[in-house]
Design a protein around this ligand. Structure first.
Ligand code: HCA
Ligand code: CU
Length: 387
């Protein structure tokens, strides 16, 4: 399976709006869409115009922007929703239906045959309007496999561009994703989209597993925001793909990723989570002496990703109890101070002892080094004077 034929469908403006803290203004949505477009995602999915008056206004605003990315909206599988979407000039509609036993019994009450019949009516309507159509089954991993495949075969035969597999409650493992995507791949000719929630912490791994087994379109959001704890994050997917083969993602403007995450975090009033791939504050920070010693000599020893590729910088922490003399010596050298063995030993010991109480800031470490240097100079001039 080749990995390089895929598109990113970024859903920050749809799934991301379902994040508890999200309440984007029109101007913020425009800024996010423009930044996603500049980064290079192929699709931007926005909230359905049926959701609220502002949602309709915002969708119209987005589709009027001169973007390269195709604007999609995400709607229920009804003619009314589809008509409202097309009326907002979208490039495609992502249709959604729940086909699991649970949803059929407790939500809409339709049989599989009814789902197929309604889907085909809406798909034909959208095809006549000349927009891209995707049909997705919600909660695909808790849907009877035979039902899911029957529905997908029917919509594929009807000519949809993609079927969508949604891990709505974030329960799938990469192996389960592989098995399902393989099954779907063997049953349809059209493209396959994957949308994975992160309840079990597998959203990035699952998106990658889907790609490895035949998915062509992967859903992401900036920072992974979405219902509950969200879906596959854009920076996480990019990191995962880069690690597998850099050329999979070098056509995206990778240097813009940190600013994109920062902007959305600011709109949400949150910090970028520390453990965000690439963009987390400490993603390129090295601490323990063992690590810093090697990283200062050869960064790849403890860095799988080069921060410079993503417009970030490496940092080495010194003022803590786990520090090592190589890191201390390196900082001293940056300050123009060459520390000999004993001096280095004693200053490293001093940093460790003091940091056992409270870690030292970078400024405090520098002051210590400069003071030590002043001492050394004094000792040297004393020796010279006495000689
Ligand atoms: C939701 C819907 C959805 C849709 C995904 C898709 C999900 O529950 O809000 O259209 O493929 O996770 O099932 O986001
Ligand atoms: Cu979702």
């Amino acid at each position: 399976m080749t990995l390089d034929r895929f598109s990113i469908i970024d859903s920050t403006l749809r799934e991301g709006e379902q994040f508890a803290r999200a309440r984007f203004t029109t101007a913020q949505k425009v800024a996010i869409a423009e930044a996603l477009d500049a980064f290079g995602v192929e699709y931007i999915e926005a909230t359905s115009p049926v959701a609220s008056p502002q949602s309709e206004h915002d969708l119209r605003t987005l589709t009027a922007l001169p973007l390269h990315a195709r604007i999609l909206t995400h709607t229920r599988c009804t003619i009314e929703d589809a008509r409202r979407a097309v009326d907002c000039h979208v490039g495609g509609v992502n249709l959604l239906f729940g086909a699991s036993q649970l949803l059929r019994e407790h939500s809409h009450g339709r049989t599989v045959d009814q789902i197929i019949a309604e889907a085909i009516t809406v798909i034909r309507f959208l095809q006549a309007c000349d927009v891209e159509v995707r049909f997705s089954c919600e909660d695909a991993f808790r849907t009877e496999r035979a039902d899911l495949l029957q529905i997908f075969r029917a919509v594929d035969a009807c000519g949809v561009q993609r079927v969508g597999i949604a891990d709505t409650v974030g329960i799938a493992t990469p192996r389960e994703v592989e098995a399902l995507v393989r099954d779907v791949r063997a049953n349809v000719r059209c493209d396959i989209e994957f949308h994975g929630h992160n309840d079990g912490g597998c959203a990035i791994a699952n998106a990658f597993a889907a790609l490895e087994t035949g998915a062509t379109h992967l859903d992401t959001t900036v920072l992974g925001i979405g219902e509950r704890n969200g879906i596959t994050s854009l920076s996480g997917l990019i990191a995962r793909l880069y690690l597998s083969a850099p050329q999979l993602v070098t056509h995206y403007r990778l240097q813009q990723l940190p600013a994109l995450d920062r902007m959305v975090a600011e709109f949400l009033g949150i910090d970028i989570p520390f453990n965000s791939c690439i963009t987390g504050e400490t993603a390129f920070t090295h601490k323990a002496g063992l690590h810093t010693n090697a990283v200062l000599k050869q960064p790849t020893t403890y860095e799988a990703l080069d921060p410079a590729i993503f417009g970030r910088e490496r940092s080495v922490l010194i003022g803590h109890r786990l520090t090592g003399r190589h890191a201390v010596a390196q900082r001293a050298r940056e300050l123009g101070i060459e520390l000999g063995g004993d001096a280095l030993q004693s200053i490293t010991h001093e940093i460790k002892t003091r940091a056992d109480n409270v870690p030292l800031s970078a400024l405090e470490v520098d002051s210590l080094l400069l003071a030590q240097n002043a001492d050394l100079r004094r000792q040297l001039s004393d020796i010279r004077a006495n000689a």
